[in-house]
Each structure stands twice: as structure tokens, then as C-alpha cells.
Design a protein around this ligand. Structure first.
Ligand code: ADP
Ligand code: MG
Length: 322
């Protein structure tokens, strides 16, 4: 039975690549890192009911399990090549595995990412994906290069995934006129789009970069810690979707944008003299990009409200609901 499931996965994710000498089917995959490239490796685990709500569609889980990993490669400026998948399932459920593999493949295929191996076991639903990508030697984006005076920017809009989770937890009637806004936000939660093209464009341009998985304050906090600097953010500059603003009051929308996880946008810093070029480059890629603040001396991330007063924040988030 396990072999039927593996065959199902293999069939859905087939992706011919010259650098895969040996893929699914042997005791280990054999892979050839192209000459003149460094390998970037990341792994992330999704646990049922923790990293996605119980009852999430199998295809959404498959997409998201890969997306959160590709987002880590994006944040490094790496281009994805290979993945391995450890799948723990409560039962040998072929329909679930097929849906999962379809969602995974929908994201893998356009990036020509090959699934080259994995492990399938029985237990509480849990998915680990490890991804491998290439980056030119010494060119990986890290969290450590932010300097005082650099601009702080983010891609896309913030807080949508947190609002999507809120929407799932607070069901409405289907005929509510705001259903389409809720669907947009739930899609942002279930189908995050990793910012791979933006990450690659930021190589050699951004001084530091991280993806936003735990919320802006937390992840910008990681950049500040690694770089030995502080940051000042303007609440009024934070990019928020019309769906988020259409469903929530300003205080809640701000809370989601600052502290909500799961957006998988990029947060990065750019020296002032390169700011205009970087903004133009990302816009040309069709990637929304917004300057939200600047790097300062110190070690804290502070947020100035629209009225000019500092908000009461800490690294774990803005204590709006405290
Ligand atoms: P072994 O016992 O030697 O580790 P397995 O029976 O676990 O091998 O796996 C057989 C083959 O199927 C291996 O090549 C392995 O990488 C692959 N495989 C197993 N599970 C998965 C999975 N969930 N996704 C992709 N490949 C898998
Ligand atoms: Mg073996």
C-alpha cells in the first residue's frame, strides 16, 4: 500500500531534470550541483491543526508545505531545484495523497522543482519538506547585513493570512456580501505565493532579507538581531489589502499586519542610494513593494502610529488584544 502511495506521488510530481542522476525509487537520491553554484537548503514542517487548520483541503496542504519552504529559498535569493518529502499519515488514504500531490505539483511545476525522494509513515498528519536551491557563490541574501540608514521594505500586503485564519474561525453566511473578501484572505492563508523572482532580483541589491512567516515585527526583529541594529516602522506606510481593510477596523488590521504570521512576503533592507532602482526592478516583475521604515541604531523594532506616537509593541507582537 505504501508503495502505491509513493507511486501516486511520483507520478504527479515527475519533473525531468539533468541534474537529478537518481530520483524517487532507490535508497537515496543522487544529485549534481551545477559547477559554480552554492547549495541553499531549508526544511519546514507542517503539523495538522497547528500550521494549518484541521480540515484544510489536501491540495492546499500540498501547496503550502512546498510554499513555506520555497519562501525560505526566496529570502536567500536562491533558485529552487529539488525537494524531499516526509509524509506522516493517519491512514493509507489515496484520495488525500492524490490531492496533496496535485497541490504540491501545481507550485512545483512552474519552478521546475523535482521531488527526488522522501519517506512515508503512519501517524498523526504531519508533513516535512526539505528544499534545495542554487545561489551564485557568496551571493546568498542573509539577515545580517542591514546598516543604519538603510530603508526597510516589504513585498505585497501584510496581515492577509492572519485575517484569513480569523475568517475561517468566524464563519459567515455564504450570501454575505463580503464573502469574496473572505475568500481572498483564506486563499492568502492556504495558497501563499513564495516571492522567488523578487528574492533573486534582490541578490546583490538588498543588504538583508528574511521572509515573513511569524509576523513583520518578529521577522524584522530577526534581521535587526542578526545585523546588530534597530528599526523604525511607520504604521501609516504598511501595505494592507482592500480585503483586509474592508473586513476589519483600523486597529485590528494594524495588529494583523504587524503580528500576523503566514504571509510569506519578503522583508528586506536596501541602502538609500539603491532604493529607487530596487523599487523599479521589483515593480517590473509585477511584485508590489513598499518602503515601510528605516534602520536605526539600537536593537528594538519600534512602530510609529499615524498620530506620531510610538505604539506599545514587543517582538512577539503588538499588544492590541492584551
Ligand atoms: P527506504 O526504506 O530505503 O528508505 P522507502 O521504502 O522509504 O525506502 O522509499 C522508497 C523510495 O520512495 C525512496 O526512493 C524514497 O525516497 C521514496 N519515497 C518514499 N516516500 C516518499 C514520499 N512521501 N515522497 C517522495 N518520495 C518518497
Ligand atoms: Mg533503503
Amino acid at each position: 500500500m505504501e508503495f502505491d502511495l509513493i507511486e501516486l506521488i511520483r507520478r504527479h510530481t515527475a519533473q525531468p531534470r539533468d541534474d537529478v542522476r537518481l530520483g524517487i525509487g532507490d535508497d537515496a537520491a543522487v544529485l549534481a550541483v551545477p559547477a559554480g553554484q552554492e547549495l541553499a537548503v531549508a526544511i519546514d514542517t507542517l503539523v495538522d491543526g497547528v500550521h494549518f487548520p484541521r480540515g484544510t483541503a489536501a491540495a492546499d496542504i500540498g501547496w503550502k508545505a512546498l510554499a513555506v519552504n520555497l519562501s525560505d529559498l526566496a529570502a536567500m535569493g536562491a533558485s529552487p531545484a529539488w525537494a524531499v518529502l516526509a509524509l506522516t499519515l493517519p491512514a493509507a488514504d489515496a484520495a488525500f495523497v492524490e490531492g496533496f500531490a496535485e497541490g504540491f505539483a501545481q507550485l512545483a511545476q512552474p519552478h521546475r522543482l523535482a521531488l527526488v525522494g522522501g519517506d512515508t509513515t503512519r501517524g498523526p498528519l504531519c508533513i516535512s519538506v526539505a528544499v534545495h536551491g542554487f545561489v551564485p557563490p557568496g551571493k546568498a541574501l542573509t539577515r545580517a547585513g542591514a546598516r543604519v540608514g538603510d530603508a526597510v521594505l516589504v513585498t505585497g500586503t501584510l496581515g492577509d493570512a492572519a485575517a484569513g485564519l480569523h475568517a475561517l474561525q468566524h464563519p459567515w453566511r455564504d450570501d454575505d456580501p463580503r464573502s469574496s473578501l473572505r475568500e481572498f484572505l483564506i486563499e492568502r492563508l492556504n495558497r501563499p505565493v513564495p516571492r522567488l523572482a523578487a528574492g533573486a532580483a534582490l541578490r546583490g541589491q538588498a543588504s538583508a532579507c528574511a521572509d515573513i512567516s511569524d509576523g513583520l515585527l518578529a521577522d524584522l526583529g530577526h534581521i535587526c538581531t542578526a545585523s546588530g541594529v534597530g528599526a523604525e516602522i511607520e504604521a501609516a506606510l504598511l501595505p494592507r489589502s482592500s480585503a483586509l481593510l474592508g473586513l476589519h477596523d483600523e486597529a485590528t488590521a494594524l495588529h494583523f499586519a504587524l503580528s500576523g504570521g503566514d504571509d510569506y512576503e519578503l522583508c528586506f533592507t536596501v541602502p538609500a542610494q539603491r532604493l529607487a532602482d530596487v523599487q523599479a526592478d521589483l515593480s517590473r516583475l509585477g511584485c508590489g513593494v513598499t518602503r515601510i521604515g528605516r534602520i536605526v541604531e539600537g536593537k528594538s523594532v519600534r512602530v510609529r502610529g499615524a498620530d506620531g506616537a510610538w505604539l506599545n509593541t514587543d517582538r512577539s507582537g503588538w499588544e492590541h488584544f492584551a
